[in-house]
Design a protein. Structure first.
Lengths: 288, 281, 325
């Protein structure tokens, strides 16, 4: 309770601000409309009208909640109108990007730790790659994968997600694989362990805490990449596509609901990854 | 075929050279490191050119560096205007506003553990959200020009920075704080002499993350409406016109801007946090 | 690559008696603007011709011209200005059919801005779509002698997003709308028709041809491909005429194909009835007079002509002549 109270207070504050913002932003439209028909409205009349607009500038929380509820519980989860379905599509994309990012990050980290030339040549460019805004590259990734005959729209999406998520894995794995100190390495050397054995028995286990610690960042990056990939590339399925369609057809409620569905998905993923991290740490004997 | 073969041969040769440099004493020095990284970059370009020519990929799909280079040189004026609009006006102003806001908020809530406990989990959560989705909404609120782009950037960078600052302000150990108390330092003295400097490594960590986010935010926001200048505008228009060389030119500018921003922050960091172990040479 | 491509085409044809595959790339997301194709698929018109048609929806980052250049589609729906511009860039696109007779594009302005005629555009802010859709606007402006670089006496151009908010928020005096889509969003938002002034490109004599079917020039030399396109155009036009006659049913078919699930029945039904007005009067064959007007409008003098010289061989009746016998 002592932990929940401050969070709840801040949340309440945010909701209150949100309502105030909704009244403020949406009232312009009410006044404009009244002026167009030549009547005037009092503030008491304006406030209720700011709560129920079909295309508000800022929908009040309860409107978003209602739309979200309609999207989640209003129909079968397999329906194309269901946010659960679209959330699942985004989730699948995120997981593919997440997996691809981990494979790429771990693989590169292994090569970098093993070969000095890899470190010198690849590492600086890996850093630079992260400073290139992914959104600039997204359409290019789409075109090129179209050209080489990748029909599946999931693939470019996963590539974009992996592009964002491989880097945190790479950095923490390099750190982790280098974590064993000279004494430990020397010890294995005296055992006559081969490179592969050292890697398997010492470096890999030593890197695991670093690996799991990076996963939260990685999964968040993968989700952002997936949504960026869905937003402009085909507008077919997924939460990103719904945001776009909501924006295009002037249905802000659909857009806001998709935004919050994405937030809930992000929360779920982070909780899940946190749980995995905790389990793994317990398994490795770390103090809980 | 010749192109393909040439590119692959170049690659192998460059790799051999790089391996030699890395193994030699030169590889331990700054110059050697730069050479290896530079050669690798050139290899990527040569491979790209070779593949594009070798497979006869049309320029409307993927232009080679030999087409993109002259495009950059021939459109410096346009690229500069786009750079000013998106990076200077949109990203940097938003970055500055967001950073100052996060800094001030962190100090403002520093004295209230209650607010900190409330804000931290929410801040952590919000930093993991796909905030880019807010871009169309903010464009609606703040209009088409750079102000809406800056607003997107502010929202995107605020929370990661806030979380890092709050964590940084808590980074001093009990012993140092007690020492400050025995010197009867006031809250502000302790803040400026001890806790703020100690928070700097965290703050710069946040700033580096935010630098990348800022560029992403500014470019995405332009997809949802913009004046007819800006990097995001140019990219989305030129894709439609099949002017892919121009798109890649903008990507090059974006990469350059992103790396420069990152570099500047890293430079300031090494200057401000010279005492931190990570800065030891 | 081209070799690989034609090899793939031959491989597809090699299956012989089985259905022939056709991939169609749309210009935009699934909506009633493309009802004819969805109807032809749903009503089995393609199947009757022995075709297996895949319809790929578009989106803001998808240029159909680029998709066909990359071999991602056999035939695309595109607007003539973008297709001609691509042709000048070295991508030889050919119009094989033109289901849309009239242009649906217009500028919609708020009456309160005082705009009553195109001459009033000077010093106003106008919202325009880019991504290949800006060409008709640019050529219209250059005919009006209005500069689009933001200098005094010219117009200020905004790249409009995917909705009508700039008008509602008064960020622009006029915005681009389609008769079948955005215009109605403005009305739905609560602005009365009496408060709006619209300028149709069609009425201003600057209309350029919209949704046509385009293929790559080389592929037409292939007898088997030509044959396939004849069937495709025949079935598609059958779909269009059915959609015109049964607007509500067509709209429902479109809705069923909308994978985002975010489109609404009211939008799509109304869009269909408006689209039907544009497709009426076309049997699928391109009208050379319309083509000439499009080219003239694109070539019109100005600082930034869309195409530099009149294209040759950018359209053909080769397919429609056989399809519409």
């Amino acid at each position: 309770m002592t932990r929940a109270l401050p969070v709840l207070t801040v949340l309440m504050l945010i909701v209150a601000l949100w309502y105030a913002g909704a009244v403020w932003l949406n009232s312009t439209w009410v006044y404009d409309q009244a002026q167009r028909v030549g009547t005037s409205v009092t503030l008491a009349e304006v406030i209720p009208q700011t709560m129920t607009q079909t295309r508000p500038l800022l929908p009040p929380p309860h409107q978003v909640a209602a739309e979200l509820w309609k999207g989640v519980a209003g129909q079968k989860v397999t329906s194309k109108r269901s946010l659960v379905y679209h959330g699942y599509v985004t989730f699948r994309g995120t997981m593919m990007g997440f997996a691809l990012g981990i494979v790429l990050g771990v693989g590169l980290a292994m090569a970098i730790v093993r070969y000095r030339v890899m470190e010198l040549s690849v590492m600086p460019w890996a850093i630079i790659s992260q400073t290139i805004p992914i959104v600039a590259l997204a359409p290019m990734i789409l075109t090129v994968s179209n050209q080489i005959g990748v029909e599946n729209r999931e693939i470019p999406k996963a590539i974009i997600a992996a592009y964002l998520s491989f880097f945190p894995v790479l950095v923490s794995m390099v750190k982790g694989l280098r974590a064993p100190d000279a004494m430990q390495l020397d010890l294995l050397c005296t055992y006559g362990a081969s490179d592969a054995q050292t890697f398997r028995k010492l470096r890999l286990p030593a890197s695991m805490p670093y690996f799991f610690a990076s996963l939260k960042v990685v999964v968040a990056a993968a989700l952002i990449g997936t949504i960026v990939g869905e937003l402009p590339t085909g507008a077919i399925e997924g939460l990103g596509a719904r945001m776009l369609i909501g924006s295009q057809f002037g249905e802000p409620l659909i857009m806001w609901a998709a935004l919050f569905a994405a937030a809930i998905l992000a929360g779920g993923l982070i909780l899940l990854v946190g749980l995995i991290e905790r389990l793994a740490r317990a398994r490795m004997g770390a103090p809980a | 075929m010749i192109w393909l073969l040439g590119a692959v041969l170049f690659w192998l040769a460059a790799w051999a050279v790089n391996a030699r440099i890395a193994a030699s004493p030169l590889g331990q020095r700054q110059a050697g490191r730069l050479m290896v990284a530079g050669l690798f970059g050139i290899t990527v370009l040569v491979l790209w050119e070779g593949l594009v020519r070798g497979f006869g990929v049309p320029a409307v799909i993927l232009p080679g560096p030999s087409i993109i280079g002259p495009t950059i040189a021939g459109n410096l004026g346009t690229l500069w205007a786009d750079f000013v609009q998106t990076v200077i006006k949109g990203a940097l102003s938003g970055f500055a506003i967001g950073a100052v806001a996060a800094f001030v908020t962190a100090i403002a809530i520093d004295r209230s553990p209650f607010l900190q406990k409330g804000l931290l989990p929410i801040g952590n959560f919000v930093s993991a959200l796909p905030i880019v989705g807010l871009a169309p909404v903010l464009v609606m609120w703040f209009g088409f020009d750079w102000q809406s782009k800056a607003a997107v950037v502010v929202v995107m960078v605020f929370f990661p920075l806030l979380v890092n600052m709050v964590a940084g302000l808590q980074a001093t150990d009990r012993l140092s704080r007690d020492l400050m108390a025995t010197w009867s330092a006031s809250y502000w003295q302790a803040l400026f002499k001890l806790r703020l400097p100690a928070a700097m490594p965290f703050a710069f960590n946040g700033l580096k993350i935010a630098a990348t986010l800022a560029l992403i935010g500014a470019i995405v926001a332009e997809f949802f409406g913009s004046p007819i200048v800006g990097m995001g505008f140019r990219i989305s228009t030129e894709v439609g016109r099949l002017g892919l060389d121009m798109v890649w030119a903008e990507i090059a500018v974006a990469a350059l801007a992103g790396s420069a921003l990152y570099g500047v922050i890293a430079l300031i960091e090494s200057w401000v946090t010279f005492w931190h172990p990570s800065q030891r040479k | 690559m081209k070799k690989l491509l034609s090899a793939a085409v031959f491989a597809a044809l090699g299956t012989g008696a089985q259905a022939q595959d056709v991939t169609l790339q749309l210009k935009w997301v699934t909506q009633a603007q493309f009802a004819g194709y969805y109807v032809a698929a749903a009503k089995g018109f393609y199947e009757e011709e022995g075709l297996n048609v895949t319809i790929k929806p578009g989106g803001p980052d998808i240029a159909p011209t680029q998709v066909i250049a990359g071999g991602g589609a056999d035939v695309i729906v595109e607007w003539m200005p973008a297709a001609l511009a691509a042709r000048e860039k070295g991508l030889p696109l050919v119009n094989i059919a033109q289901p849309f007779k009239s242009s649906g594009m217009m500028l919609t302005c708020l009456k309160e801005t005082g705009i009553t005629a195109p001459a009033d555009f000077a010093d106003k802010t106008l919202g325009v779509w880019f991504y290949g859709n800006e060409y008709p606007f640019l050529s219209w402006m250059s005919q009006l002698n209005l500069k689009t670089d933001g200098s005094a006496g010219g117009v200020t151009v905004l790249k409009q997003g995917f909705n009508v908010d700039p008008l509602l928020q008064k960020q622009a005096a006029c915005i681009s709308t389609m008769t079948y889509n955005e215009y109605w969003q403005v009305i739905d938002a609560g602005i009365a028709e009496a408060d709006l002034v619209t300028f149709k490109y069609q009425d201003q004599g600057v209309a350029t041809m919209e949704d046509g079917l385009y293929v790559l020039e080389d592929s037409l030399k292939d007898q088997a491909f030509e044959d396939k396109m004849v069937k495709f155009v025949r079935a598609s036009m059958k779909g269009w005429k059915y959609a015109e006659a049964n607007a509500d049913e067509a709209a429902m078919i479109v809705l069923e194909n909308d994978e985002t699930g975010a489109q609404t029945e009211t939008h799509q039904k109304r869009m269909m009835s408006e689209v039907a007005k544009l497709t009426a009067g076309s049997n699928g064959a391109l009208d050379p007079a319309d083509y000439d007007r499009t080219v003239a409008s694109l070539l019109s003098p100005g600082s930034d002509p869309v195409i530099s010289k009149a294209p040759e061989g950018a359209w053909t009746h080769q397919i429609t002549d056989k399809a519409l016998q």
